[in-house]
Design a protein around this ligand. Structure first.
Ligand code: TRP
Ligand code: ZN
Length: 475
């Protein structure tokens, strides 16, 4: 059941080393500045939120409540025209603040309607409002931009962000790609609501997150509107464009499903997509109510991508998914999307949980038990890549999506289950999704919750499975 996730992880790890040289001097200098943290920045918002894996990711000094994105994409010339309107609140006095945006040309920035100063510095879009913002002030930033978006290359060599396809674009922003197509506070620490208005040539479909609000065609162009009212991390936003077959329905639980499928993938995808309502029902029983109003799938044909993404409310697949992948990406709606990371180091809270959901699905649907999956993995020798680094401390951005995070992360949950028993274990999973719904969680908080729900001291278990190098001994 785990093979495709692991292969995806393996592919991503395999391509990484040759890109390691990308850490150029300016990046290193900026990293030092970022390391100084928000306090040192005075009345300038910092260039990062302080994530040690991505020093420049996100920005300090403000919180974005809402993004209004108006986009036009020409699938022939691959030109994107965008206007982003961010509604935000200053968390400190700000004479200056940053947004993250990589590439593209910025033509005008206003803050509360007045022209603002703007400077580009790598991925930082440095904005100087014409009057300083006071702490607690709500403000509105409007950024007009255009150009040919290019994917972002991550430390592990994978491309993400705006990835052109033969009929549109595959838009997947984890971990850093959001800034390739809109100016953002690009870190999961800052979650916001979104609406999207996307215009594409007639015959193409633009699919984003949340509820489909309608479309209209004029002068050979079709405009699609989408609304994501619940908080979302920037990396989970999409605006995928292509020639798609669209299917819409509402589930028994009132969830609005929108599936968009590349016709070339349709026959392979159909039997798997048909199971979406039953997968969501099964996951809701295990994890608590589905966290969003809308659901669905975007099945694209993007042969160079090599991964799927749990884009909020509507996972995105680079080809027809198998059932395990569908289960995995939809489990992320609870673990990763609704309950978000505060630091990329905690990535196992996303990938370990979504992988364990695959194991549970298999166990409860006539496949191998989770114990069997665990045992098969545990049988791997000490030099196997599975044990290359501990999942709770991957060490750097290049290791975020490696096998230790997915598989040993899931093994950690299995060991927890064995230690506390099924009743407490499923109470913990559900309690986690409920307590941190539409919010964030950290590994320390998870450990605490697991101890509270089980009445057991679990320090040793987590220390061994999450933080200790090498193949753990079984207890
Ligand atoms: N989070 C994705 C999943 O496992 C996979 C993924 C890893 C990914 N790295 C990525 C997606 C980079 C997009 C970009 O479901
Ligand atoms: Zn995943």
């Amino acid at each position: 059941m785990t093979s495709d996730r692991q292969q995806a992880a393996g592919r991503r790890t395999a391509v990484l080393r040759r890109e390691a040289v990308l850490a150029t001097v300016p990046v290193a200098v900026a990293a030092l500045l970022g390391a100084a943290g928000p306090a040192a920045a005075g009345t300038n918002g910092s260039a990062g939120v302080g994530d040690p894996y991505y020093r420049l990711a996100g920005n300090g000094g403000y919180h974005v409540h809402h993004y209004g994105l108006t986009l036009r994409y020409d699938t022939t010339t691959r030109r994107l025209d965008g206007t982003a309107v961010l509604t935000a609140r200053a968390t400190q006095r700000l004479t200056r603040f940053d947004l993250d945006l990589k590439g593209l040309k910025v033509t005008r920035v206003t803050v509360d309607g007045a022209a603002a100063g703007v400077r580009r510095d790598g991925q930082e879009l440095v904005v100087t409002p014409h009057r300083a913002l006071h702490k607690g002030q709500d403000f509105r930033v409007r950024v007009a931009y255009h150009g040919t978006p290019k994917p972002v290359t991550d430390p592990d060599g994978s491309s993400d962000g705006w990835i052109p396809t033969d009929d549109g674009a595959f838009v997947a922003g984890e971990p850093q790609g959001a800034m390739s197509w809109f100016p953002a506070n690009n870190h999961p620490k800052d979650k916001s609501s979104y609406d999207f208005t996307i215009t594409v040539p007639k015959g193409r479909t633009a699919v984003a997150n949340g509820v489909f609000m309608g479309q209209h065609t004029a002068h050979g162009q079709t405009t699609f509107r989408w609304q994501q009212t619940q908080p979302m991390a920037a990396y989970l936003a999409t605006a995928t464009v292509g020639k798609f077959k669209v299917e819409q329905y509402t589930t028994r639980d009132g969830i609005r499903v929108y599936n968009a499928v590349d016709p070339r993938e349709a026959s392979a995808a159909a039997p798997v997509l048909k199971k979406l309502p039953s997968v969501l029902e099964w996951e809701s029983k295990l994890f608590g109510p589905y966290p969003f109003r809308a659901a669905g799938s975007i099945v694209d044909r993007a042969p160079d991508v090599g991964f799927a993404l749990e884009t909020q409310s509507r996972p995105l697949y680079d080809s027809a998914p198998d059932l395990a992948t569908l289960v995995h990406e939809n489990a992320h709606q609870w673990f990763g999307d609704s309950v978000s990371l505060t630091t990329w180091k905690d990535i196992w809270l996303n990938e370990g949980f979504a992988t364990y959901a695959e194991w549970l699905y298999s166990e409860q649907h006539g496949g191998p038990s989770a114990q069997k999956t665990f045992d098969t993995l545990y049988a791997r020798p000490a030099h196997d890549g599975l044990w290359a680094y501990p999942p709770g401390n991957p060490g750097n951005g290049a290791n975020l999506f490696g096998t230790p995070v997915y598989a040993r992360g899931a093994m950690t949950l299995h060991e927890l289950r064995r230690a506390v028993g099924d009743q407490a274990f499923f109470r913990i999973l559900r309690g986690w999704a409920t307590a941190h719904r539409d919010d964030h969680g950290t590994t320390a908080q998870f450990v605490k919750l697991a101890e509270r729900e089980s009445g057991k001291d679990l320090d040793g278990l987590f220390r061994t499975w999450l933080y200790t190098s090498g193949k753990p001994n079984r207890v």
